[in-house]
Ligand binder design. Structure first.
Ligand SMILES: [Zn+2]
Length: 442
């Protein structure tokens, strides 16, 4: 199919609408929306895409990324049709949001925070705003909201009063607030009504300086009490710790999905300083990862709201496909595949203010759809078998994506995020010729 069909049908083997799986149904799509679910035998001669071996699921949502242009084809190839950028150059990300809004083939639908709001010091100056006091952080929130951001991201060096001021200001302006916590613990952040916490910060890394995070069961339980009372969402990004632990594993370095990663970034990942840490630190982190999986399971068991994000482009977190891996880690913690999938669809949509629009297959919703060979509601690893992607009613073709990707890879990325990754890789004098890790399509 080479054109955008105005009125057409998708006929899969099964549909997971975000809640239940049904067989024998087809979707009718008009423009960018789903208009009807019908009996598949009634499609008749209407123009249709037949997916006889596929389960059709809502387009996936990655709620924690930092975007660059080179990532866009990878997200779509993996069936990730919505992302939330949680820290970037303001002007760049607003432009990117506009570009994919106008052209669904240019990349996923973007929600964005602009730069992260940090305290007196900033960890990532290229994507941060420094705030020395409460008045300054209030002004920063007001300026970002009037510039058009979708949410506010708070960062590690803010103190509790500054966070409180930022959250109150953002909520008065009807904006959602997420935080990567540093000095403020998760219970306090939850009590001052932060909407979402990233990376399990403030509840598992609350001592030990983050070097080997651990869980104090009593403290975790108190965090969960507070999250339930204040409806605080958790976006655990297990991928960050998984990759830190496993950064020297040959299976990561030889992953053929690295063909969706810009060659310069691939090379930077291969010489990332974390590869050369004291092995003892890495082993401790491997133990920590098990602890974190247990914490995620405990939060889920007790009814906390959990959504999925990846922190792409953290080393070996491949755009789009990293979300498949995050879901596999969630399932590995003991949570059923169908519950994990909700974290990347309807639950993430709610956190992004998109309930009913995306993350669901229903009449009136946006036609963001992924056809998966097999059934990911039974086996989450089936997600790797993406057979069909539709973003806002436009069918995304594989060779189109390869063309867009190759065009991006032919130029040197100049954006803030890629510069940061290349910069971290070059902080140490390390071997200059990393192994050839991937060269072409298999
Ligand atoms: Zn991040």
């Amino acid at each position: 199919m080479s054109e955008n069909l105005k009125h057409w049908a998708v006929v899969p083997d099964a549909i997971w609408n975000g809640t239940t799986v049904t067989k024998g149904k087809a979707l009718i799509i008009e423009g960018e929306r789903i208009v009807e679910l019908v009996d598949s035998r009634s499609v008749g001669k209407m123009r249709s895409v037949n997916l006889p071996d596929c389960t059709l699921i809502p387009g996936l949502i990655d709620a924690h990324v930092h975007l660059s242009n080179w990532m866009m084809p990878g997200f779509l190839a993996a069936g990730v049709t919505t992302v939330r950028d949680t820290g970037n150059n303001l002007e760049w990300v607003l432009n990117a949001r506009e570009r994919t809004r106008k052209n669904p083939l240019a990349g996923p639908t973007i929600k964005c925070c602009g730069p992260v709001l940090d305290g007196r010091t900033t960890n990532w100056p290229k994507i941060s705003r420094q705030n020395n006091d409460c008045n300054q952080v209030i002004r920063s929130v007001e300026e970002l909201v009037s510039a058009g951001v979708d949410a506010i991201k708070l960062y590690v060096n803010l103190d509790k009063d500054q966070m409180d001021a930022a959250i109150t200001t953002a909520h008065n302006l009807d904006k959602f607030v997420l935080a990567h916590l540093g000095g403020v613990n998760a219970i306090d952040a939850s009590k001052i009504k932060v909407d979402e916490i990233e990376h399990l910060t403030g509840c598992v890394h609350h001592e030990h300086g983050g070097e080997s995070p651990f869980v104090d069961p009593e403290y975790l339980s108190a965090c969960i009490d507070s999250f339930l009372e204040n409806q605080t969402i958790m976006c655990p990004t297990l991928m960050v710790w998984d990759r830190l632990c496993r950064i020297n594993e040959s299976v990561l370095i030889n992953d053929n999905r690295l063909r969706w990663v810009h060659p310069q970034v691939r090379s930077a990942w291969a010489r990332f300083p974390h590869r050369y840490l004291d092995p003892e630190v890495r082993l401790k982190r491997q133990q920590s990862l098990i602890t974190m999986k247990r914490a995620v399971y405990e939060m889920w068991r007790r009814g906390c709201e959990i959504i999925t994000g990846t922190d792409t482009p953290w080393p070996y977190v491949i755009p789009g496909f990293g979300l498949h891996d995050e879901l596999a880690l969630i399932v590995d913690s003991g949570i059923a595949p169908i519950e994990a999938l909700k974290m990347a669809t309807s639950r993430a949509a709610a956190a992004l203010g998109l309930t009913g629009e995306v993350g669901v297959i229903a009449p009136g919703a946006i036609a963001d759809l992924v056809g998966i060979g097999g059934d990911p509601t039974e086996d989450i690893l089936h997600l790797s078998n993406v057979q069909f992607v539709c973003h806002r009613g436009e069918v995304v073709l594989g060779d189109q994506l390869v063309g867009l990707r190759d065009a991006e890879f032919a130029i040197d990325p100049q954006d803030a995020i890629t510069e940061m990754i290349l910069g971290v890789a070059d902080t140490k004098q390390l071997p200059k010729s990393p192994p050839v890790i991937f060269t072409d399509e298999s």
